[in-house]
Design a protein around this ligand. Structure first.
Ligand SMILES: CC(C)(COP(=O)(O)OP(=O)(O)OC[C@H]1O[C@@H](n2cnc3c(N)ncnc32)[C@H](O)[C@@H]1OP(=O)(O)O)[C@@H](O)C(=O)NCCC(=O)NCCS
Length: 171
């Protein structure tokens, strides 16, 4: 499947909002169906040099650009944590399981490894999100612990794994 990965830009808020509210996505991120486009536009405006936010795009049959995925790496700004960062990712439900998530994660990890030389990259994932856990383990993340009742999902408190990928300096 043809798709392109590029940095997020002003004007992407509506496309990102669409993804964040989409069944098949919002349940597994911390999205909420009432989320407004303004929140997503404000988020884009608020990004700074410690945020590396990418989108994956594909062409619709009529030739328009459609945002089919979004992933971000935030480098922690505390001086004692600047060797580490956190990742979040989502892919449009109609484009899942086609390699888009892998490509987005690899693009972020290339930045983390070769251009920022981060040692630790971490994320959280619901404990039953098997596809996401498979993707993260494939790329070197390991489960570090279980956060019990970490977030609300569909009327219940759900557990999340904390996962991290450690890369020693120069490796
Ligand atoms: C999780 C997510 C980001 C992965 O992106 P994606 O584009 O679907 O992933 P890819 O197609 O690149 O890779 C999926 C991998 O999972 C595997 N997979 C799919 N379903 C699986 C399952 N039920 N069990 C185990 N592995 C599974 C695929 O075979 C593939 O692995 P492979 O490359 O070794 O063959 C995407 O599905 C998504 O956005 N889901 C909803 C939101 C979400 O969960 N975000 C992450 C929050 S932590």
């Amino acid at each position: 499947m043809d798709f392109t990965i590029r940095p997020v830009k002003a004007g992407d808020g509506a496309g990102i909002n669409e993804l964040r509210r989409m069944p098949g996505v919002f349940e597994n991120i911390l999205g909420i169906p009432s989320e407004r486009i303004k929140r997503n536009e404000d988020f884009i405006q608020s990004l700074d040099e410690n945020n590396h936010q990418l989108v994956a795009t594909a062409k619709t049959p009529s030739g328009e650009e459609l945002i089919i995925g979004c992933a971000g790496l935030t480098v922690y700004t505390n001086p004692r944590m600047r060797h580490s960062g956190g990742i979040g990712i989502m892919v449009h439900r109609d484009y899942q399981n086609k390699g888009v998530g892998t490509a987005l994660m690899k693009a972020l990890l290339d930045i983390a490894d070769h251009w920022l030389m981060l040692v630790r990259v971490e994320l959280t994932v619901f404990e039953d999100n098997i596809r996401a856990i498979h993707l993260y383990e494939k790329l070197g993340f390991e489960k570090e612990g279980l956060k019990k009742m970490a977030a609300i999902r569909n009327g219940r408190y759900a557990n999340e794994f904390l996962m991290a990928r450690i890369k020693s300096a120069g490796a």
